[in-house]
Design a protein around this ligand. Structure first.
Ligand code: HEM
Length: 417
């Protein structure tokens, strides 16, 4: 192994301790800089390789020879009988942590719904939802941005796709937050809180599946129920993952992105005046403060050479994509938000076999939402402290008080004759 990854000094322990603290998770970037100073990758005290270098991270996550072995982390955390814990079973049997051929079969069953072409067809629906939410914000004037916009937009879109009736959607906000806690830490407290949430989510989808089997509709749960060879548990796990991934991360993008824009008024003004910047702006917002900061570990099944390094068999690798996205060798002035960057793509949607299935949908929602919000409310401002989600893997806000300031009428989309 090369010398630059053998660092387990006191600075490393200090940085990792701070990263686990609420302040460190809220703003991990200064800590990433310190980690990066120790080398492109470092071994943590458990022997896991933590990667902060963009090029190494990109090579590792795209390398199909690595496998997911969630049972290693589960066993190490004392959950040898993890299949008996509802939250762990629902998460760690989903496609997110499976390997081919099971992963291929599960992913294929849902992939058709999220192709770029299918997602483009959702544009009018997303525009309508954004307009409606903006109209409500205009009336209220002050609001919690998460309650009023960042949660309802993605949950409405993924709820429609999955076939979850509108009145049922709001309850999933807290349930999913608690359930997905297991991606951040496997402590008894986190799992105890996640279990009842997972039971409720699982029961909900089991009932929805039974209903759709009786009366199929034009939605994803009905479509999954008709896929040959997919067991009920697999359908439920897939639907639960799509629901959670479909809104929790996108809520993070909308909230983190708004905070970033409001902190950079010049960039916000540029996007307000030139909505055609929306595509590049969304990539930059994903880079600047990624809603997913680290990827669940991959394991080298045998000795593997990657990007000039030799990793021994059994080596576990965690990529800190939030850190890689601020790699100064790839993104000049990485701590500056610059909407017209033309650097490499950020790693916020991962890569390789597990590349985010919902990336086209998340991008569409953000590309429509940000310019629309900035145009409707030129004086949009944060009025109080933001509350951060616990954990680091999923990095977002759970409260963001805002005022719309002086409201203006949105510009009509139909040009005047
Ligand atoms: C800004 C929003 C989003 C971000 C930052 C994000 C990020 C990610 C990342 C980093 C992964 C890879 C995880 C890994 O390799 O370990 C992933 C996987 C996944 N994402 Fe997303 N995601 C977002 C939105 C969505 C949406 C809207 C959906 C669905 C509607 C979705 C569905 C999925 C699924 C199903 C996977 C697992 C794919 C697989 O294992 O093959 N995501 N996402």
């Amino acid at each position: 192994m090369t010398a630059d990854i053998e660092s387990t000094g006191t600075d490393l322990i200090e940085v990792l301790t701070e990263l686990a603290s609420p302040a460190g998770r809220a703003d991990p970037y200064p800590l990433y800089r310190r980690l990066r100073a120790l080398g492109p990758a470092v071994l943590d005290p458990t022997g896991t390789l933590l990667v902060t270098d963009y090029r190494l991270a990109a090579a590792l996550i795209r390398d199909h020879r690595f496998v997911k072995r969630p049972e290693l982390a589960l066993n190490a955390a004392g959950f040898e009988h993890w299949r008996e814990r509802p939250a762990l079973r629902l998460m760690f049997t989903s496609m997110l942590v499976r390997n081919p051929p099971v992963h291929t079969r599960l992913r294929r069953s849902a992939a058709g719904t999220f192709t770029a072409r299918r997602v483009t067809g959702l544009r009018p629906a997303v525009e309508r939802i954004v307009d409606d939410l903006i109209a409500e914000l205009r009336i209220s004037g002050t609001a919690d941005f998460i309650e009023a916009f960042a949660f309802p937009l993605p949950v409405t879109v993924i709820g429609e796709l999955l076939g979850i009736p509108e009145p049922d959607r709001a309850r999933f906000q807290l349930l999913v937050r608690h359930w997905t806690g297991v991606l951040d830490g496997l402590t008894p407290e986190i799992v105890d809180r996640a279990d009842p949430a997972a039971v409720e989510i699982e029961t909900y989808f089991r009932e929805l599946l039974a209903r759709r089997r009786r009366e199929p509709a034009d939605d994803l749960v009905s479509a999954l129920s008709q896929v040959d060879g997919l067991a009920d548990d697999e359908i439920i796990t897939t639907a639960a993952l799509l629901l959670a991934a479909g809104f929790e991360t996108t809520t993070g993008l909308l909230a983190n992105g708004l905070v970033a824009l409001l902190g950079h008024p010049g960039e916000a003004a540029a996007l307000r005046e030139r909505p055609e910047l929306a595509v590049a702006a969304t990539e930059e917002l994903l880079r600047y403060d990624s809603p997913v900061q680290l990827l669940s570990s991959r394991t080298a099944p045998e000795e593997l050479a990657v990007a000039g390094r030799v990793l021994p068999a059994g080596q576990r690798v965690v990529t800190l994509i939030g850190a890689a996205n601020r790699d100064a060798e790839v993104f000049p002035d990485p701590d500056v938000l610059r909407l017209d960057r033309a650097d490499e793509a950020p790693l916020s949607f991962g890569g390789g076999l597990h590349y985010c299935l919902g990336a086209p949908l998340a991008r569409l929602e953000a590309q429509i939402a940000f310019p629309a919000l900035l145009r409707a409310f030129p004086d949009l401002a944060v009025t109080g402290p933001a509350v951060h989600r616990e954990g680091l893997a999923l990095h977002g806000l759970i409260e963001l008080p805002v005022t719309t300031g002086r409201a203006v009428r949105p510009r009509s989309r139909v040009p005047r004759q």
